[in-house]
Write a protein that binds this ligand. Structure first.
Ligand code: ZN
Length: 331
């Protein structure tokens, strides 16, 4: 029989507490202790902040860890739980997926108590942490192989009320982009599971590429804006400057906005995120490298759009995504 996950402390303890969420051992590894921070003040909103869902997106764990430092002085009411590294083995391996079972934590929710380690982490979070919150901020960063603006993203939600609440809170982060993303593969995502439990779920995709001081500052101010919007922290929301721009945009990207490479080769980006492109404008070039006689292939914008994400210079396979386009969301 499988063991059950547990917390080393009571999440209802008043004031600040730190401890661990213990994910039980299984056939594949020993028990794993995920560091957890909890801060309970007066009645108010209940928030869960998670980082490290994907192990190679370290802006989230860094900003979550910073939050542990400043929240005790700033929080005025409500309860906040912070878990900077959800998929601890993946973070330690700097890998999107777990090095132990090869699974993507963000595709196995709500998890399984008798499953492999990634499924056991999801099970522990689903059972012990998610029920304690009304709102979740899950801090991602699109991974190191993309250029992507600091953004809050959400997938379309069938419940119209939850969709409206989610978009409203997402926009309150005042990050450069709020993105409604039609995604082909939402089964098992943490947000899909949280939505099914009626939670407002904010997925912050805090930029891409390598971790930079500038990006971290933007992400942290977005997170603070989110906490202010929830009423957990007092203060005035600030709109951060990103690449000389101060405006935030709400965009929508559809399945048809994914641009894929028609060939194997090295992709070279020829545009930047937030560029406005017209039909036929060059997004990037793929150089097939198997034969130097093969022509380079242009990847062009199919319609007038805004560049939302573009792959960094990297070797890609046939049909691998190289860019996402978007357009202003029409409410
Ligand atoms: Zn991620």
């Amino acid at each position: 029989m499988s063991e059950t996950p547990y917390l080393t402390f009571d999440l209802d303890t008043p004031g600040m507490t730190t401890g661990y969420l213990v994910v039980p051992k299984g056939d594949d590894c020993e028990a794993i202790s995920l560091p957890v921070f909890s801060l309970n003040k007066a009645e108010g909103p209940r928030l869960l902040v998670t980082g490290g869902n994907h192990g190679n997106e370290l802006e989230g764990p860094i900003v979550a860890r910073r939050l542990v430092d400043w929240l005790p002085k700033a929080q005025t009411c409500g309860s906040v739980i912070i878990v900077p590294m959800l998929n601890l083995p993946a973070v330690q391996a700097w890998s999107q997926d777990s090095p132990i079972d090869g699974l993507n934590l963000n595709r196995v929710f709500p998890g399984r108590a008798d499953g492999s380690v990634t499924e056991r982490i999801a099970d522990a979070v689903s059972r012990l942490l998610l029920p304690m919150a009304d709102t979740v901020f899950d801090l991602h960063s699109f991974g190191p192989t993309w250029d992507f603006p600091p953004a809050v993203i959400t997938h379309p939600i069938a419940d119209a009320d939850l969709m409206a609440k989610t978009l409203q809170l997402a926009e309150a982060f005042k990050l450069p982009v709020t993105l409604l993303w039609e995604h082909p593969d939402t089964n098992g995502m943490f947000d899909t599971w949280a939505h099914s439990q009626g939670k407002v779920f904010i997925c912050a995709e805090f930029g891409g590429g390598t971790v930079s001081a500038e990006a971290l500052a933007i992400y942290e101010s977005g997170l603070r804006n989110g906490l202010i919007a929830l009423g957990l922290v007092e203060g005035r929301a600030e709109c951060p400057t990103f690449r000389q721009r101060k405006a935030s945009k709400t965009l929508e990207t559809l399945l048809s906005d994914e641009l894929k490479s028609p060939a194997r080769g090295i992709f070279e980006p020829r545009c930047s995120v937030l560029d406005e492109v017209k039909q036929g404008d060059l997004i990037g070039v793929v150089y097939p490298m198997d034969s130097l006689l093969a022509d380079a292939i242009d990847i062009r914008a199919p319609t007038t759009s805004i560049v939302c994400a573009v792959k960094s210079g990297i070797h890609v396979d046939v049909n691998q995504k190289v860019a996402f386009l978007a357009r202003p969301l029409i409410p």
